[in-house]
Design a protein around this ligand. Structure first.
Ligand SMILES: Cc1ncc(COP(=O)(O)O)c(C=O)c1O
Length: 435
């Protein structure tokens, strides 16, 4: 594997990367993984503090997930899901229905395909029920729902969106309840309720042309781990019911325990009309996404006429290997009582970060479940890059979003690793702020 870096630059177009920057900032050349650690071709170890773009839950090369996939490999690797079915997809759909209170799981591959599916299903529902004009979408300011053209239309991150504006559908963004934006003295709850009034005002005028409101529940990840009060979701649910608009919960990043409950919506006591799942669903092993919905939505498609059906597909929909990985993940959640175990880990990790919290340049330290984030005051424009390389030098793989540093480790993090991670984050912070 000589010159992996040179060859990757010549042959691979890396995601979310200005390729020219790889001249000065080469990627890690990873040979293998072990628990929460990535190990490069020279044997150097890096703690995967962001779970490889938030997908890894139970460590790299997890023996239980490996065993499930290996067992499935000896049976059937893939069969198309139109005209065929198989035990892993049926069992996974049954278990996801039990966990979410929704059903009729429709599968895609990545998170963005789940967003596309939910948007299309919602608009198609209204068409099937005779309300063709209800085809508009609302999302939150600074929201992120993926990069394909439909998903980018409801995303609100200028860096990703502006260039493609001419290709995108017009959608409406309502104020984000991001608690950092509350007025001095205003509680996160009061601010969230104030933001919900803007949603109410929009719906009061435009419900007849609106299909759905799509949100990242509790944490807007790509916005820089913007955390908001669950009352916003409860109020959004009431408003969507009042005005006859679907509520789509994009739990692609926050689902599967990330915010401290299996799904973030649980903390608001609500059930959305659609839930989008991906990332952690396979423990970070294989691309898989799923959208589950209500019986009411499903019934509106159930008909003799083909065109009233949901004629959407991806070649790898419901891939058996990915479904087996997902079933192994659900087994681990059950057998290891992961949600309860993470409660203790969440507390310990927060304690470990006390020196970071007290750092004079740290602002808005926040955390929810297995997510921690803070902003750095007066950060230079190249802060994210400086911090990234300072952390790599300490053996930690972490990529700030602008001046926000966040930690989103695999759930298998041990107490010793928490201490080590907190120490190294502090060190990287000081190094990246030094002149
Ligand atoms: C909330 C949310 N929705 C959708 C996506 C898109 O998922 P994918 O990158 O798998 O297409 C992401 C990815 O980060 C996300 O965080």
């Amino acid at each position: 594997m000589n010159d992996l870096i040179g060859r990757t630059r010549a042959a691979v177009w890396h995601p979310c990367t200005q390729m020219k920057q790889l001249e000065a900032a080469p990627p890690l050349a990873i040979a293998r993984g072990e628990g929460a650690w990535l190990i490069d071709v020279d044997g150097r170890r890096y703690f995967d503090a962001i779970s490889s773009w938030w997908v890894n839950l139970f460590g790299h090369c997890n023996p239980r997930i490996n065993a499930a996939i290996t067992d499935q490999l000896g049976k059937i690797e893939h069969v198309m899901l139109a005209g065929a079915t198989h035990a892993p997809v049926v069992e996974l759909s049954e278990r996801l229905a039990k966990l979410t209170g929704l059903g009729h799981a429709f599968y895609g591959s990545d998170g963005a395909s789940a967003t596309e599916i939910a948007l299309k299903m919602s608009a198609h529902y209204w068409r099937n029920t005779g309300q063709t004009e209800k085809n508009g979408f609302i999302s939150l300011q600074n929201g992120y729902h993926g990069e394909t053209v439909g998903a980018l239309s409801v995303t609100d991150i200028p860096l990703f969106k502006s260039t493609y504006a001419p290709l995108l559908r017009h959608t409406v963004q309502v104020p984000t309840p991001d608690a950092r934006l509350a007025e001095p003295g205003e509680s996160a709850e009061a601010f969230a309720l104030r933001c919900a009034e803007a949603l109410a005002a929009h719906l009061a005028e435009h419900a007849s042309t609106t299909a759905a409101f799509i949100v990242e529940p509790l944490v807007q990840g790509a916005a820089g781990m913007a955390i908001y009060h669950p009352v916003y979701l409860a109020r959004a649910r009431e408003l969507c019911d009042q005005y006859g608009v679907h509520l789509i919960a994009d739990e692609i990043a926050v689902g599967f325990g990330r915010t401290g409950t299996m799904f973030a919506c649980e903390q608001a006591g609500i059930r959305p009309d659609f839930i989008c799942l991906s990332k952690g669903i396979t423990g970070g092993y294989l691309p898989l996404s799923a959208v589950l919905t209500t019986d009411d939505v499903y019934a509106a498609f159930y008909d003799a006429a083909a065109a009233r059906g949901f004629l959407h597909s991806h070649s790898y929909t419901g891939n058996p290997l990915a479904c087996r990985a997902a079933l192994a993940v659900l087994d681990i959640f059950e057998h290891d009582q992961v949600i309860a175990a993470n409660r203790a880990k969440s507390f310990e990790m927060t304690k470990s970060l006390s020196e970071v919290v007290a750092h004079p340049r740290v602002r808005h330290f926040r955390h929810r479940g297995m997510i921690w984030a803070f902003d750095v005051a007066d950060a230079a424009s190249d802060f994210a890059t400086r911090f990234h390389f300072a952390a790599l030098a300490q053996g930690v793989f972490i990529r700030p979003i602008g001046n926000t540093v966040y930690i989103m480790p695999p759930y298998v993090i041990t107490p010793a690793e928490m201490t080590l991670l907190a120490e190294r984050v502090l060190l990287a912070l000081n190094l990246s702020l030094a002149d």
